[in-house]
Design a protein around this ligand. Structure first.
Ligand SMILES: C[S@@+](CC[C@H](N)C(=O)[O-])C[C@H]1O[C@@H](n2cnc3c(N)ncnc32)[C@H](O)[C@@H]1O
Length: 234
């Protein structure tokens, strides 16, 4: 799992470069376990900017609210944005620190806070129930291929007929962008690679690489998001 502070879109506060922690209790088969992520979040009171991810906003603003799963929900900005639009959200993260922070951030608005369930799970071990969410959003889940492909396959199975799977990640070309990225090409993916996991007869697939700019230590760099939007047709 990549963890460079500026590896996703609504960072702003952290200069974190990643830890090598691999101690204590492990849910995961990887070194990026709960201890790793709790330590990551414990480093600062706010790692991310508090704003929802732009591709989530673009892709879901026109959808009718239903049930949503926010995969690796972090400090909760996406879950909160969705709940304010009427989605009943299950926010899942491996880090209890992140979940507690998310719930605290959500509490400012009681009505939408009541629509969010904060759930600590290791997504490498836990599978959401089949056909159970109208929207599943995975924003910047960067795992090795052997872990991300089974994860995204399990997530696809949990989308209801008519529902949407949205996967957004940093495009591999970002390695050349000047953005801070860990030197781990295997953690990056294109939307087309993720689309190959889905049966085109059962899904309407849209794959894109979307350009945007980001501030990195006072310099503007151009980066790309890999965006897969898949609507389950049967
Ligand atoms: C790069 S952050 C992205 C957070 C959020 N989606 C966002 O865009 O702000 C990745 C998140 O995934 C969580 N995560 C990493 N591995 C996980 C796992 N195996 N199970 C559940 N959550 C995990 C981390 O704790 C972290 O909050």
């Amino acid at each position: 799992m990549m963890t460079s502070h500026d590896h996703h879109t609504h960072e702003a506060h952290s200069t974190h470069q990643g830890h090598g922690a691999n101690e204590g209790h492990q849910d995961s088969t990887t070194e990026y376990d709960q201890t790793y992520w709790d330590t990551f979040y414990d480093e600062r009171p706010a790692i991310w900017s508090g704003q929802p991810n732009p591709q989530l906003v673009t892709e879901t603003a026109g959808l009718t609210p239903g049930t949503a799963l926010d995969v690796g929900s972090g400090e909760g900005a996406d879950a909160i944005w969705l709940a304010r639009r009427g989605w009943k959200v299950t926010a899942v993260d491996i880090s209890q620190v992140a979940l507690t922070r998310g719930a605290a951030n959500a509490a400012a608005d009681e009505e939408s806070a009541a629509l969010i369930t904060w759930t600590r799970q290791d997504l490498l071990q836990w599978a959401p129930p089949e056909s159970s969410f109208d929207l599943i959003s995975a924003q910047f889940m960067h795992l090795p291929k052997t872990e991300r492909e089974p994860l995204f396959t399990r997530l696809a199975a949990a989308v209801t007929p008519g529902g949407t799977l949205l996967v957004v990640g940093h495009h591999p070309s970002d390695m050349e962008s000047g953005a801070h990225r860990p030197p781990r090409l295997d953690l990056f993916y294109t939307a087309e690679e993720i689309a190959l996991l889905l049966d085109p007869e059962r899904w309407d697939l849209v794959t894109e690489s979307r350009q945007r700019t980001q501030d990195h230590d006072g310099e503007t760099v151009t980066i790309h998001d890999a965006v897969l939007r898949a609507r389950r047709v049967s």
